[in-house]
Design a binder for this molecule. Structure first.
Ligand SMILES: *Cc1c(COP(=O)(O)O)cnc(C)c1O
Length: 353
């Protein structure tokens, strides 16, 4: 694929490592690819980062035909640029596309485009421990009429943002509110897709949890509100009596790359790991019996987040005595070690740019 490159004439000042938050600053360039029925995906180009000019009637603004991905580029010990299992993100983007009636992209070309953009912006990749260059590919529908049907035109865009460490003073356990009323997704819906609307629908419960003094929501299943699904925008694991349990992928759970990597690591360490239905009652009962050893959320942004406290229907339990669990810490160290090239990569997960 020939990617046209138009370089900026006004490069930005790069932020210092201490000024990095999450997704607040963006690099100098972005990648854009257009879709039309006549030409398919065409005109791949890297252009200076700038606002988009879009007609107010674009269907993305009205009916939310939009999907996204989230991945990171890391700086290796010798300065090399590393991606972590990027082909999984691009395959997932296509599954999201399919669910939202958006045309499939060529996965090889999409990966090439991401690599080329990241290579051009390599000086933006921070190197302090815990930092990375966050990669946000997304697709939006750009037809300009108000009928409810799939758009005939789209844009695939990739933007990049240097991000700081989630953990300035080591892994910090969070407090979680088990949401008894609102649900994130239902089977048959769009929960397995990174579809923009899923996140709009989750914000109200998130602010409710925060107003009750918690950091995040634990979502229960949409039918019985009984089975554990996810934590905020992360997958979730519970260590019950030495067995690591995560909800099985049932259509309403987002199949995380981090979740999959953790399952593979646990199995390689001979730690029993189960993907199955897990009720919130089982979690609280395990706690009462002294068998709830640790719990954590996992995703690209934070890697793993220890859960220190759970509130469900007025009952509060504490997990881990304010410290991350042993496996939680080991998974964090191993995953970040592999991602940044500091540890061997026995699974072949790391892709050099
Ligand atoms: C992105 C996401 C995850 C985590 O997926 P990773 O591939 O590990 O980053 C989990 N749950 C939801 C709802 C998500 O959007």
């Amino acid at each position: 694929m020939e990617i046209a490159i138009e370089k900026t004439t006004t490069p930005k000042q790069k932020p210092g490592a201490s000024e990095l938050g999450f997704g607040k600053v963006f690099t100098d360039h972005m990648f854009i690819w257009d879709y039309s029925i006549e030409n398919g995906w065409h005109n791949p180009r890297i252009v200076p980062y700038s606002p988009l000019e879009l007609d107010p009637a674009c269907t993305v603004f009205h009916y939310g035909q939009a999907v996204f991905e989230g991945m990171k580029a890391y700086r290796g010990p010798g300065g090399e640029v590393l991606l972590f299992r990027p082909e999984m993100n691009i395959a997932r983007l296509n599954r999201s596309n399919e669910r939202m009636s958006i045309p499939q992209i060529d996965e090889k070309l999409a990966l090439e485009a991401i690599k080329e953009l990241v290579a051009l912006e390599r000086d933006w990749i921070p190197s302090t421990p815990g930092t990375a260059l966050y990669i946000r590919p997304f697709v939006i529908a750009t037809d300009t009429h108000l009928g409810v049907h799939p758009s005939a035109t789209y844009k695939f865009i990739v933007i990049l943002s240097p991000v700081g460490s989630y953990y300035k003073e080591g892994l910090n356990p969070v407090s979680i509110y088990v949401e008894p009323h609102y649900v994130r997704a239902v089977r048959g819906g769009t929960g397995f897709a990174k579809a923009a609307g899923n996140y709009a629908g989750s914000l109200l419960a998130q602010s409710k949890a925060q107003s009750k003094g918690h950091d995040q929501v634990l979502w229960l299943d949409g039918v019985e509100r009984k089975y554990v699904e996810e934590v905020g925008t992360m997958n979730v694991f519970f260590n019950i009596g030495g067995r690591l349990i995560t909800p099985e992928l049932n259509g309403s759970i987002l199949p995380g790359v981090t979740r999959d990597s953790i399952l593979q690591l646990l199995r390689s360490w001979q730690v029993p790991a189960e993907e199955r239905r897990l009720s919130i009652d089982e979690v609280f009962q395990a706690h009462d019996e002294g068998k709830l050893i640790e719990a954590f959320g996992c995703g690209t942004a934070a890697v793993v987040t220890p859960i220190g406290r759970l509130e469900y229907e007025g009952q509060v339990i504490e997990i881990g005595g304010g410290k991350p669990g042993e496996l939680t810490q080991k998974l964090y160290d191993t995953l970040t070690g592999i991602q940044t090239g500091k540890l061997p990569d026995p699974f072949g997960w790391v892709v050099k740019v």
